[in-house]
Design a protein around this ligand. Structure first.
Ligand code: PMP
Length: 407
């Protein structure tokens, strides 16, 4: 399909919102969360109104239909990321839960005091704090790969960081602050050459480029539904079968058991071993619909379109006196973090909002990265498949107007 931006925009009711009853919404906070297409919203409504029954154990028709829809959604997701089988797709609440889950089950069963996990300088707090909790509890050491001033990872240092105590690498596919797309295939190959598995935080990659777990040969990969035009509160953890078979369960409860007795409880087969409690069988189906939506447009088309928006916005922003962009890596998602001399990003955010432009300001849940650059926070614009060149132009105009007020 050719890129039909008008048709795409018509699918997103939220893009018609007026801010302060006046300005058309220019939504440039897509790295935080994305707006939702009608197709996904309709699917959610249909699921609630025609297939709302608890799944897996029901003998009645509605329960069986809900079960089939939920398991079909798992297959759609498996195909989307090219997993070998849908049993490797675990439903979670989001990226954060997926990372916490791997940190907990991996560290408790595969690591002991003094063992090491390699992270990077550009991680979101959700790929830092779960490891710090494990470090405190078990004496695990965290090693942090530095990044250069342009936001690219220092791969040479990374290569030198592996020791015989290194047990896992956990790293973001793309940075939510710098936009940097890390050379993940290379990282995985290096880690595997040391016999070390890799967890990828794909929160910022999943909606913007083709993610292929088989081609990457990645061991675990986490993402959130709400960042790919899907519902909030559901996400996915992919895990290679060999790891999921070997590792212990995370949460205990219904669904995840085979048989329970006071003497000995046995666990369910994959993927249910990791899905305690009633699954989110409505949002799973809605997430699959948003994935179908993205797939129908095509990830390569989306990547090319967003890359055009990134170049266009970058070029215009660099023309503004005193504006500095943080993150200028060669391979970059459509995320631009910036500061303007003498201007607080919060003030900029407020003034832009007054003109209908939604951007994010602050530390973006990456305080160690802020520290690395010697700053408190940035202003950040981030693009999605429905943004337009005209919106970039309106943003630049609003930015210039705000700057004349602020300095
Ligand atoms: N990692 C990255 C790189 C992110 O950008 C985010 C969300 N901003 C997360 C993890 C956490 O995602 P969630 O809050 O959906 O769990």
């Amino acid at each position: 399909m050719s890129y039909n931006i008008e048709k795409i925009r018509a699918d997103f009711p939220a893009l018609d919102i007026k801010i302060h009853d006046k300005y058309p919404l220019i939504y440039l906070d897509n790295a935080a969360t994305t707006q939702k297409p009608r197709q996904m919203l309709d699917t959610e409504y249909i699921a609630y109104t025609t297939r709302n029954a608890n799944i897996h154990r029901g003998v009645h028709t509605l329960s069986q239909q809900a079960t089939m829809a939920h398991e079909h959604a798992r297959e759609v997701i498996a195909k989307f990321i090219n997993a070998k089988e849908s049993a490797e797709i675990l439903f979670t609440r989001g990226t954060t839960e997926g990372i916490n889950m791997v940190a907990s089950i991996f560290c408790s069963s595969q690591m002991r005091s003094g063992d090491e996990v390699i992270l990077s300088a550009m991680e979101h707090h959700s790929n830092i704090v779960p490891w710090q909790l494990q470090a405190e509890a078990r004496g695990i050491k965290l090693k942090v790969v530095p990044c250069f001033d342009n936001g690219e990872l220092d791969m040479e240092t990374m290569r030198s960081m592996f020791s015989d105590r290194t047990k896992l690498v956990s790293i973001c596919y793309a940075s939510n602050v710098l936009g940097t797309v890390n050379p993940v295939k290379e990282i995985i190959a290096v880690a595997h050459s040391h016999g070390v598995p890799v967890l990828l935080d794909a929160a910022q990659a999943i909606a913007h480029r083709k993610v292929d777990v088989t081609d990457l040969d990645v061991d675990f990969l986490a993402f959130s539904g709400h960042k790919i035009y899907g519902p909030t509160g559901i996400g996915v953890l992919y895990g290679k079968r060999e790891w999921l078979e070997k590792l212990p369960p995370y949460h205990g409860g219904g669904e995840m058991i085979e048989h329970v007795s006071w003497e000995k409880t046995t666990y369910n087969e994959l993927p249910y071993k990791y899905e305690a409690g009633t699954p989110d069988f409505i949002n799973s189906v809605a997430l699959a619909e948003s994935i179908n939506y993205v797939s129908n447009i095509g990830l390569n088309e989306i990547q090319a379109y967003e890359s055009m928006l990134l170049s266009y916005a970058t070029e215009q922003m660099l023309g503004i006196d005193g504006l500095k962009i943080y993150g200028t890596s060669v391979d970059k998602e459509a995320v631009i973090s910036f500061l303007v001399d003498g201007v607080h990003p919060y003030d900029l955010g407020v003034l832009l909002d007054q003109q209908g432009v939604a951007i994010r300001t602050g530390h973006h849940c990456a305080q160690p990265l802020m520290q690395r650059f010697g700053i408190e926070g940035t202003a950040r614009v981030s693009f999605a498949l429905y943004n337009t060149k005209q919106e970039v132009e309106s943003f630049i105009k609003a930015l210039n107007k705000s700057l004349t007020i602020l300095r």
